[in-house]
Design a binder for this molecule. Structure first.
Ligand code: ADP
Ligand code: ZN
Length: 732
């Protein structure tokens, strides 16, 4: 790319990459006044006008007389060569067409609109004489925003009213209408605002990270530390150094619900809040973040994985917090792993990466061992907090009546905490009331009409829900198969059913149930988490959601209802995931002065993974796990790619799968093997039959070009779809 001229005079032949699903960069002529390499442009495509980026000189292999001109250059900073290179390499790695990569990098509305004023609404001074339900919802929505303003559309949507209700209130003076400029810079963060006194451990880790950031070059560090050891405090020092260098920083979090707490911590440390980028952010705000990262008006962005594709002007640091978290892998559309892509982008733009975790992925361990990543470790919790004591409850020796899951031993432990005015958490990694609904008369299990999956009863929603496709239906009273009445029964526990049991065992305890499907908005969830942290509940019943990084200072007991749950199944990472999840959940206990305890109910206390979790002997666990993976030649000691074929026609999918398996020449030439086709573990989703093939290759194989060559001859006709998943994380 260095050879490419960066400016094209009017009329020059240029190549434009558009967001339309075409396989190539299209030729156009540079518009009046010329254009820069990377410029965002509007070009004609057939009868339409589409968004594109000037990607380089034109190819000139198209009838020159038919080539049209760029319509206009948009009012946005041209895409930097660093980002263009990142998109190309990420596209090559994930075998994603460039148009789809460009769509990832342009996910904000009205990118090219000129700066202008817009009308926003805030709370006014007067209260209308006549209060209607709709009107009070508008005022409530504004109060919830805490002084922030909303556009007409956003406000109407937030309140669930028509825009005329808002306008009516504006006329009455109950809300104020104001003109504000769009896309203003974010408040300045001061790297020297309020540093904390760090412990000796923290100080040396922070100093090492600061020194790395100061080199203004690429490097990756694994920051490992038990939960509560101050990893966040330490990496905020690296952010401070990055800001002091005048460069931008990005912090990725695995869960939107964690952002609120993080924003507050940034505010305390730097005197202002950073920019936010995730699905809960309004469209106007997204546009502002996109523009400001390009112009340098956003020094720090905290966000979800897609923030990696923002047009930073000078990115100097990327933090991937809870780097082991599976949500960093995008599982639909473009299948990429944000942790790996963060390393790629940083290596291109000369930035540092910090991978923070209490329980790093085996991939990152292996990279640190191999010397590719540096490693820093924080070994003790901050202050008086110590790690919880971990014990197993051997369920083979517990007396439990049917349809109950809290063992007498665990009950006693909970009672003890309640008596001491401390909090306890009961953890079960299953949403809903019960995973299975069975007919007692005929044995039929209620399944989804569109998927090979059982439907999960959600009493809170009063419906059955398919966790694969999201389809819901009311809970029937008669069996759909034998039509027997009132014989349907719930089998097995979900978080709602556990809450029911807990309420009857501990009738005086104030219960809080935390499950991702129970909160309409991130804001409601944040409020609930704050209430719990302040002591507004005695007993917390939660799913995976509670395992991720929240701070509950009063919590001293964690009870895991079914520690064996994740060990079933054939997922290559089952042991790793269970180990990480159990240690994370246990880490919720004893984060303040009082010591914590974690009790894990298990039917197989002698299972090596359970033993490793209890002993906390990480080195042993990881070396055993690494040994097994090495022997099997699977990641991180070998390469995998998943091919998922789907169609409404089952024969068609298998025919394609078999044809692929037979014609594996390009794979064999690089030493790769193909397994399958086999029906996917969930063989039908949303009415589409699913078949998988698995490609396995030695580490270091250039797998992607071989895969591309292998699948190229196969045309996907009609309903057939193919997805290629490089480094698959899930095998469903
Ligand atoms: P981690 O990210 O490793 O889980 P945190 O950075 O969240 O740990 O630290 C845990 C708690 O201890 C937080 O409330 C944090 O503010 C506090 N803490 C950690 N280090 C310090 C310090 N040096 N001074 C004051 N408070 C600290
Ligand atoms: Zn379904």
């Amino acid at each position: 790319m260095a050879l490419t001229s960066s400016y094209f005079d009017e009329g020059t032949l240029i190549g434009v990459l558009t967001t339309q699903p075409l396989d190539r960069v299209l030729d156009y002529r540079a518009p009046e006044g010329g254009c820069h390499l990377g410029a965002f442009v509007e070009v004609p495509l057939g009868p339409r006008k589409v968004l594109g980026v000037v990607w380089g000189p034109g190819r000139g292999d198209y009838d020159l007389s038919k080539i049209r001109s760029v319509i206009r250059v948009l009012d946005a900073a041209p895409m930097r060569e660093e980002l263009m290179a990142f998109l190309s390499r990420a596209g090559d790695y994930t075998l994603t067409p460039m148009s789809a990569m460009l769509r990832l990098a342009t996910r904000a509305p009205g990118l090219g609109d000129p700066p202008s004023m817009r009308k926003v609404y805030r709370l006014g001074d007067s209260i209308p004489d006549r209060m209607t339900d709709a009107r009070s919802r508008v005022l409530d929505a504004l109060r919830d925003m805490g002084g922030l303003s909303l556009t007409l559309k956003e406000l109407a949507e937030a309140a669930g009213v028509t825009t005329s209700v808002v306008k009516g209130l504006a006329k009455l003076g109950a809300v104020r209408e104001e003109d504000t400029p769009r896309d203003t810079p974010f408040p300045t963060l001061d790297p020297n605002y309020a540093g904390k006194d760090l412990t000796a451990d923290q100080t040396s880790a922070a100093a090492a990270l600061r020194a790395d950031v100061a080199t203004r070059s690429y490097g990756t560090t694994l920051l490992k530390g038990v939960t509560g050891s101050g990893k966040t405090e330490v990496y905020l020092e690296a952010v401070a150094e990055c800001l002091a260098q005048g460069r931008q920083a990005l912090v990725l979090l695995p869960e939107i619900a964690l952002t609120a707490e993080f924003l507050t911590r940034v505010d305390v440390r730097f005197g202002a809040k950073p920019a936010e980028w995730h699905s809960g952010v309004t469209m106007t705000e997204r546009r502002r973040v996109w523009k400001m990262t390009a112009q340098g008006g956003a020094q720090l962005v905290v966000g979800a994985r897609s923030a990696l594709f923002l047009p930073f002007r000078d990115l100097g640091l990327i933090v991937v917090d809870e780097e082991h978290d599976t949500s960093y892998k995008q599982e639909d559309g473009v299948l990429y792993n944000a942790r790996d892509m963060a390393v790629l982008r940083a290596s291109i733009c000369g930035a540092q990466v910090i991978l923070a975790s209490a329980t790093p992925s085996l991939e990152s361990w292996a990279n640190a061992d191999a010397g590719k990543y540096k490693k820093l470790e924080l070994t003790s919790r901050f202050g008086a907090a110590i790690l919880p004591e971990m014990r197993a409850i051997d369920m083979r020796h517990e007396q439990l009546p049917g349809s109950s899951w809290i063992s007498p031993t665990l009950q006693r432990a909970v009672h003890q905490r309640l008596d001491n005015n401390e909090q306890a958490l009961l953890f079960i990694n299953r949403r809903g009331y019960a995973p299975v609904t069975i007919c007692r008369a005929c044995g039929h299990q209620i399944g989804c009409d569109h998927c090979d999956a059982r439907m999960v009863e959600h009493r809170f929603l009063k419906r059955l829900v398919c966790h694969q496709c999201g389809e819901t239906k009311p809970m029937p009273t008669t069996c759909p198969s034998c039509e027997a009445e009132d014989r349907l029964a719930a089998v097995g526990p979900g978080v709602e059913r556990l809450a029911e049991e807990a309420q009857s065992l501990f009738p005086d305890a104030r219960l809080a149930v935390l499950s991702s499907d129970m909160f309409g908005s991130a804001r409601a969830l944040k409020a609930e988490i704050e209430t719990i942290a302040e002591g507004g509940a005695d007993l917390i019943i939660g799913t995976q959601l509670v395992a991720k990084g929240h701070n509950f200072p009063l919590l001293t007991l964690v009870g895991v209802i079914d520690a064996d749950l994740g060990l079933q199944g054939s997922d290559l990472r089952a042991a790793e995931r269970t180990f990480q999840l159990m240690r994370q959940v246990a880490g919720r206990a004893g984060r303040a002065e009082k010591p914590g305890q974690a009790l894990m109910q298990t039917y197989q206390p002698e299972h090596p993974v359970i033993r490793a979790i209890l002993s906390g002997d990480e080195k042993d666990f990881w070396s055993a796990e690494a040994g097994e993976r090495r022997a099997a030649g699977v990641p991180p000691y070998g390469r995998l790619a998943g091919i998922i074929l789907s169609s409404t026609d089952v024969q068609e999918v298998f025919d394609l799968g078999n044809a692929l398996a037979r014609n594996d020449g390009p794979l064999r030439r690089v030493g790769a093997q193909v397994f399958g086709p086999a029906p996917a573990p969930i063989a039908r989703v949303r009415g589409r039959h699913r078949v998988r093939l698995l490609v396995k290759a030695p580490k270091g194989t250039a797998l992607q070009p071989a895969l591309a060559e292998w699948v190229a001859p196969f045309r996907l006709k009609g309903e057939l779809r193919m997805a290629i998943d490089i480094d698959p994380q899930s095998f469903y």
